[in-house]
Design a protein around this ligand. Structure first.
Ligand code: G3P
Ligand code: MG
Length: 238
C-alpha cells in the first residue's frame, strides 16, 4: 500500500506546518498531501480551512490577509505547546523540505469555496521552477480547477476528489479529464471502485487511520491511502 501523510504527519504534529512536513519527510513513505489557498497578495499558502481560526491563534479569512499578516500568527500552539511558533508555510517553503527526498507531493487546490485568481497558473509555475513535474499529484474537489491544470500542462498527474459514490466513473475521468480519483473512505466500498481497479485507474482513499481499515482497502486492491499517522502505517508501506 502506498502511504501518503495527510496534511503532513498531522496526527502527531500540527497539520500543514513545516513541523508536520519535516516529520513526514523523514519517513520511507510514498508521499505527502497538503492543501493550498491564496493570500490577499497572491501567495500560495498551505492551510486546510478558508480561515485561520481553527489552526492558529488568529482569525479571519486567508484571502483577506497578506502573507506578512498571515505569518504573524502561531499555527502550532492550538495543537500542543511544543509546537508554539510554527507559522503558516508557503507552498515553496514546503517544496524546500522535499528537495532532497523522493516523496510525491499531492497538492490539493482548495478552490471549491473561493475561486482564487490564477491559483492553477501559480502552482504550475512553481512546480516548473522546482522541476517537480514528475513528483506531484494535483487534486481538488473543484473539478474545473483540475480541467484547467490539464489544459495548462497535460502531463501533470491529477486526481478528482469525491465524497460521493459514482456512476460511470470511467466516463467521468474522460470528461474532466483526470488521471485518478481520491475518494472518501465510505465510498470505497461501492461497486464502481472495482471497475476502476480493474482498469488500473489510481484510486487513493482518505482518511485512513486504523490498520484494519487499511487492510480492508488493500484486500479490494486500493493502491494508496492518506493517513494522519504515517509512522503507524509504516509496516504496510510498499
Ligand atoms: O486530499 C485528501 C483529503 O485531504 C481531502 O479532504 O478535507 O482533508 O482536505 P480534506
Ligand atoms: Mg486535503
Amino acid at each position: 500500500m502506498e502511504i501518503f501523510a495527510h496534511r503532513g504527519s498531522s496526527g502527531t504534529h500540527p497539520e500543514n506546518t513545516l513541523a508536520a512536513f519535516k516529520e513526514a519527510a523523514r519517513l520511507p513513505i510514498q508521499g505527502v498531501e497538503l492543501d493550498v489557498h491564496l493570500s490577499k497578495d497572491g501567495e500560495i499558502v498551505v492551510i486546510h480551512d478558508e480561515t485561520i481560526d481553527r489552526t492558529s491563534n488568529g482569525s479571519g479569512p486567508v484571502k483577506e490577509m497578506t502573507l506578512e499578516e498571515l505569518k504573524r500568527y502561531d499555527y502550532g500552539s492550538w495543537f500542543a505547546q511544543d509546537f508554539a511558533g510554527e507559522t503558516i508555510p508557503t507552498l515553496e517553503e514546503v517544496f524546500q523540505v522535499y528537495v532532497n527526498t523522493n516523496h510525491l507531493i499531492n497538492i490539493e487546490l482548495k478552490s471549491d469555496v473561493y475561486a482564487y485568481e490564477a491559483l492553477e497558473e501559480k502552482v504550475v509555475a512553481l512546480i516548473g521552477q522546482y522541476g517537480f513535474e514528475e513528483r506531484v499529484i494535483i487534486s481538488s474537489f473543484n473539478h474545473g480547477a483540475i480541467r484547467k491544470i490539464k489544459q495548462l500542462q497535460p502531463e501533470l498527474v491529477t486526481a478528482a476528489l469525491f465524497m460521493e459514490t459514482l456512476v460511470e466513473p470511467l466516463n467521468y475521468l474522460r470528461v474532466v479529464p483526470t488521471d485518478g480519483l481520491h475518494l472518501y473512505k465510505p465510498s470505497a466500498k461501492g461497486d464502481f471502485v472495482k471497475e476502476l481497479i480493474e482498469e488500473n485507474v489510481p484510486v487513493r482513499i482518505f482518511t485512513v487511520n486504523k490498520e484494519n481499515e487499511l487492510e480492508a482497502l488493500k484486500a479490494i486492491g486500493i493502491q494508496a491511502i492518506f493517513t494522519d499517522y504515517p509512522e503507524k502505517m509504516l509496516p504496510y508501506s510498499k
